[in-house]
Write a protein that binds this ligand. Structure first.
Ligand SMILES: Nc1ncnc2c1ncn2[C@@H]1O[C@H](COP(=O)(O)OP(=O)(O)OP(=O)(O)O)[C@@H](O)[C@H]1O
Ligand SMILES: [Mg+2]
Length: 190
C-alpha cells in the first residue's frame, strides 16, 4: 500500500454505508469519487451511505437503466454506473459538464471503464470481497489535489482502518451514519 492510500474494512453492509457517510463529511462540490472492484462488493451500498449523509432523502438505487442519476441533497449528488458503458466516449457523449458539474458531488461505479472521461482529480475506492465475505476497501488518490486532502479523509475514516495487528474476530466498528465521531482523531501520518 502506498503512502497515498488507506485500507479499510467493512465486516457488514452497515459498515460499508457508514464508510460512505464518513467520507461524505469530507467531500466538497466538484469532487468525484470512483468505485471499482468486485461485482457485488458494495459499491452501491457505499454510495447510499454517502448520499444519505449528503442530505439526499430519495432512495438511491442502482442506476441500471440510466447512466446517471441525479439527486438533491445539501449539494447535488450524481450517481453514475459505467458497468454497461463501452468506454469513456460513451460518457463524454452525455456531456461531461453535465455529468461532472462544479457544484455536484459525483460517484462513479466501475470508474475504471471510463477513466479517460474522469477529471484529473478524483478519489478511488477499490472494493474487494474476501473469502470470508468481509469487504476490504482501499482508498487511492488520483491527481494533485487529493494527496493534501488525504489526511482529513484518513481522519474521518480512522475507525474503519485496518490496524496492523488486529484479528478479524475482534470488536467491529458500529454504524455511525453521521460519520462525525472521529473527525478530530489525532496522529495521522502526513
Ligand atoms: N460488508 C458488506 N458491505 C456491503 N455489502 C455487503 C457486505 N456484506 C454483504 N453485502 C451484500 O452485498 C451486496 C452488495 O450490493 P451492492 O449493490 O452495493 O454491490 P455493488 O458493488 O454496487 O454491485 P454491482 O457490481 O452490481 O454494481 C448487498 O446484497 C449487500 O447486502
Ligand atoms: Mg452497484
Amino acid at each position: 500500500m502506498g503512502t497515498h492510500e488507506l485500507l479499510l474494512r467493512a465486516p457488514d453492509e452497515a459498515t460499508t454505508k457508514a464508510i460512505g457517510a464518513a467520507l461524505a463529511a469530507r467531500l466538497e462540490p466538484g469532487d468525484v469519487v470512483g468505485l471499482t472492484g468486485d461485482l457485488g462488493a458494495g459499491k452501491t451500498r457505499l454510495v447510499q451511505g454517502a448520499a444519505a449523509a449528503l442530505g439526499v432523502e430519495d432512495p438511491v438505487v442502482s442506476p441500471t437503466f440510466m447512466l446517471v442519476r441525479e439527486y438533491e441533497g445539501r449539494v447535488p449528488v450524481h450517481h453514475v454506473d459505467a458497468y454497461r458503458l463501452s468506454g469513456a466516449a460513451e460518457l463524454e457523449d452525455l456531456g461531461l459538464d453535465e455529468v461532472f458539474p462544479a457544484d455536484a458531488v459525483v460517484f462513479v461505479e466501475w470508474s475504471d471503464r471510463v477513466e479517460g472521461a474522469l477529471p484529473d482529480n478524483w478519489l478511488e475506492l477499490i472494493l474487494h470481497t474476501r473469502d470470508d465475505d468481509l469487504r476490504e476497501i482501499t482508498v487511492a488518490v488520483h491527481g494533485n489535489t487529493w494527496p493534501d486532502r488525504l489526511p482529513a479523509v484518513a481522519s474521518a475514516l480512522a475507525r474503519f482502518a485496518v490496524p496492523p495487528t488486529q484479528a478479524p474476530s475482534q470488536e467491529q466498528p458500529r454504524d455511525q451514519p453521521e460519520g462525525q465521531a472521529q473527525e478530530q482523531t489525532e496522529g495521522q501520518a502526513p
